[in-house]
Write a new protein. Sequence first.
Length: 433
Amino acid sequence: MWLLLIASYTFYAWWDYRFTTLMAFISVVNWTAGRKINHSKSPDLQKMVVIMAVVLSITPLFFFKYLPWLGSYAEVLFNGVAKTRYNDFLSSIILPVGISFFTFQAMSYTIDLYHKKCNYCPNLIKFAGFVSMFPQLVAGPIIRFKDIDSQLGRIEHLDDEIDFNSGLELFFRGLIKKVFFADQLGILIDPSFAAGVDVSMGLAWASILGYTLQIYFDFSGYSDMAIGMGHCLGFKFPENFRAPYTSANPAEFWRRWHITLSTWLRDYVYILMGGNRKGKICTLQNLMVTMLIGGLWHGASWTFVFWGFWHGFMLCIHRITPNAVLRKIPKWIAILMLNLGVIIGWVFFRLPTMDQGWGFLSAMAGFGSQLSILISWQLYFFIPAGYFVHYLERRDIDVPFPRKKVFAIGLAIFAAFSILELGRDAPFIYFQF
């Protein structure tokens, strides 16, 4: 446990050692709250403790992630030098890498313990190791204590659980996704999303399709690498993606996209608000609030708020549509409709302002530049290749392919190419969340 903890804090300190104190603070707060909940017999005191722990955990998240955004609206209260100093203060706030992930991870323990859904952890070192585990620390998957408790309990004997075969396969699959697909797509499409660029209809569609694949391969690539690294250490982390673009409706999409976040929001927001137990209107309200929180979790911007609203809107439409109508829609049409809705959401997820988002949507609808801008020929390869790989992933999930020598040779070739490309500075997209 000490080795895991030191390795994890060293890993995080390599980015910025100052914020290791923040991670330690959140760990101590939630472990102490868990200790108080476990030792107290008073339901009222237990409830007060869990509320205090959540508030103390969310406060740093609010300060680092949301204060610069919300505080910018208060600059009208200042003039002259005071206004300059105020703006300098806001701009000096650094967002700690992975703060949303380790904060949600730590809070899940306290809330689960309060609801008697996990065991009490008497060992602070064990709990701090759970919060800071370096393979998935900065971009998930979000792990709950009950998922890893027994594994951490036998950490000195995990050598029996080490699976280098599946671990290295997952790790290199993730690396290939990141370097061969996500990074290459990013190079090709990033100019189309630059401020002031007026794109044609064809370029707009090619670029947003490229981004749809880029963000999937980037984030699922990280998750695969983290889960694979866990296998190499003897840990079994929960899966985070299950070929989401093959979904036929919004509810299925969120059972396949960022699974650990969607289940976290379901269990700690949607269900705690009442879920679907208080009638149709409350169910729709709970869906919308949950997705708005999901949007804000991703970032402090009106574009993320709208992205959350849009997914909440799609979930509500799906919820109120009669099953008889849904069954009549051919599956391939349902998949296309779902992907169209997801793509519209990605427009606002990718662009920094609402005006740019609406402008890009206008270009997709044919109201943008009428100039014929040449689309990079590489996109004609990467987009169909990306969707084909995604389809193969779905097939592999449903009926796993046999791992023969040709598979190993192909994986090795693409992994070697990916390793040779590692010199370029291309951080994971979800590091900013």
